[in-house]
Design a protein around this ligand. Structure first.
Ligand code: NAD
Length: 449
């Protein structure tokens, strides 16, 4: 039995039975058996089942949200958005089965046709920071393209994924098509990598584990998608609407207590606007409502675990914190929102993915320096540019090595646009119109006249 600890209070509140190697193999084999019929289900019927799943998620939205508040300490507002995101992603990809087209290509002496075929069993591995959406970004397009899925949630946050597994059955998704298997990464997750019947691993998590998974998949040339860490910059030019940039910056980094791969944990401010920006940032950071996440007003909750809080605290200890908000003492794993002035580009809080409520600020002189500073990382996931100069916005967006950028906004992810990382932030893209293609093989067949 695995005990779950409330991030809010630090108390044990649930026990979960974890799958071992035997259960994992059995689930993979069931998923493989189910694949034979699921791939043959008529596209319209598969679409209907995905919409039915979305409708059942919608009916249970509040229950799922409350469960996530309890398990992950997410604010209730965020948790409702996250459950709604699963519904929306299922609805979006319910259009896929009827739109997975092959091609007919002109060739001499016959007819050439390409087919898009599903892969088989897909293993989806999910981290603890956004348990519901990230699960949906993997399983919805995979199921839509005709694959079956075995999903492994993170050890710390399995509850909403387990409930989604039950809701899939309620919606009529056939047995074995979508299985949720709580378990340890080095047991269930590794088996996805080594089991020959798993044809693709769809991994979201740390870069360190992602590298290991990629290396393991190489052995069977197994398909793999990696969504990994990020060290993202929020670049603010002096010509920007500084008040708007200062108002948006806290959401860009402190949402989900900074436990977000897209967190803009570096703020780069053009020197001439620095004092104005910092004077506006201070009240915005102090004003963040850090409180019991079940409270309707809550804007920031606790960190996921004692170990993770301590890791974030070690970055805080090495940083020059100049703005510090408040956090309640409810017994769990709380830290306030904090802003530090970075002394050098080698400082750990500036270089590493902190994954907590600490943002480092640094100044720059011009566009070239801003781009060079933003790119001084092995990551390349997300980031923002605040400027009123359209040409500058374009030049900087083209210069920053990152999969997702927003101009005059700190928002990051929309399910109908592609999402993924450059460099060591990942491999492949999730979401958007092309994601289902990544869950298919292209077969080319030539028919001689
Ligand atoms: P993690 O890498 O420790 O764990 C992620 C998942 O992998 C968990 O389910 C874990 O059980 C499993 N796992 C661990 N070891 C494994 C192994 N040897 N084989 C197979 N599976 C294994 O990451 P985490 O701490 O849960 O999540 C935080 C990290 O996730 C951060 O680095 C964050 O940036 C990243 N993340 C990336 C994205 C993105 O889309 N790019 C989104 C969210 C989180």
């Amino acid at each position: 039995m695995h005990t779950l600890i409330s991030p809010v209070t630090g108390d044990a509140f649930a026990e979960v039975e974890l799958a071992g190697p035997v259960e994992t193999d059995a689930a993979i084999e069931r998923a493989h058996a189910a694949f034979a019929s699921w791939r043959q289900v008529a596209p319209g019927e598969r679409a209907r089942l995905l919409r039915a799943f979305a409708a059942v998620v919608d009916e249970h939205l509040e229950e799922l949200a409350q469960l996530e508040v309890r398990n992950a300490g997410h604010t209730i507002g965020n948790a409702r958005w996250e459950a709604g995101n699963v519904r929306d992603v299922l609805n979006y990809y319910s259009a896929t089965p009827e739109r997975l087209f092959g091609r007919q290509i002109p060739v001499p002496g016959g007819v050439d046709i390409t087919f898009r075929e599903p892969l088989g069993v897909v293993g989806v591995i999910v981290p603890w920071n956004f348990p519901m959406p990230i699960a949906g970004w993997g399983f919805a397009p995979a199921l839509a393209a005709g694959n079956t899925v075995v999903l492994k949630p993170a050890e710390l946050t399995p509850l909403t994924a387990m409930r989604l597994g039950e809701l899939a059955v309620v919606a009529g998704i056939p047995e074995g098509v979508f299985t949720v298997l709580p378990g340890a990464g080095n047991v269930v997750g590794e088996r996805f990598v080594t089991h020959p019947l798993v044809r693709k691993v769809c991994f979201t998590g740390s870069t360190a584990v992602g590298k290991r998974i990629m290396a393991g998949c190489a052995d069977q040339v197994k398909r793999v998608t990696l969504e990994l860490g990020g060290k993202n910059s929020n670049i603010i030019f002096a010509d920007a609407d500084i008040a708007a940039a200062a108002a948006a910056a806290p959401y860009g980094v402190f949402d989900n207590a900074g436990q977000d791969c897209c967190a803009r944990s570096r703020i780069l401010v053009q020197r001439s606007a620095y004092d104005e920006f910092m004077s506006l940032l201070e009240p915005a950071v102090r004003g963040i409502k850090v409180m019991d996440p079940s409270h309707e007003q809550a804007e920031m909750g606790p960190l996921i675990s004692a170990a993770h809080r301590d890791k974030v605290q070690s970055y805080v200890d090495g940083a020059n914190v100049v703005i510090r908000g408040e956090a309640p003492d409810l017994g769990g794993f709380w830290l306030p929102a904090m802003v530090a002035e970075a002394a050098s580009v080698d400082e750990p809080a500036w270089q590493d993915e902190v994954f907590g409520p600490l943002v480092s600020v640094m100044t720059f002189e011009d566009e070239d320096e801003a781009v060079a500073l933003a790119n001084r990382t092995d990551y390349g996931l997300s980031g923002s540019i605040f400027t009123t100069d359209l040409g500058r916005a374009l030049r900087v967006a083209l210069g920053v090595e990152s999969g997702n950028l927003s101009v005059n906004s700190n928002s990051a992810v929309r399910y109908w646009t592609p999402f993924g990382g450059f460099k060591q932030s990942g491999l492949g893209r999730e979401l958007g119109p092309d994601a289902p293609d990544g869950f298919t093989e292209v077969k080319n067949v030539f028919f001689s006249h």
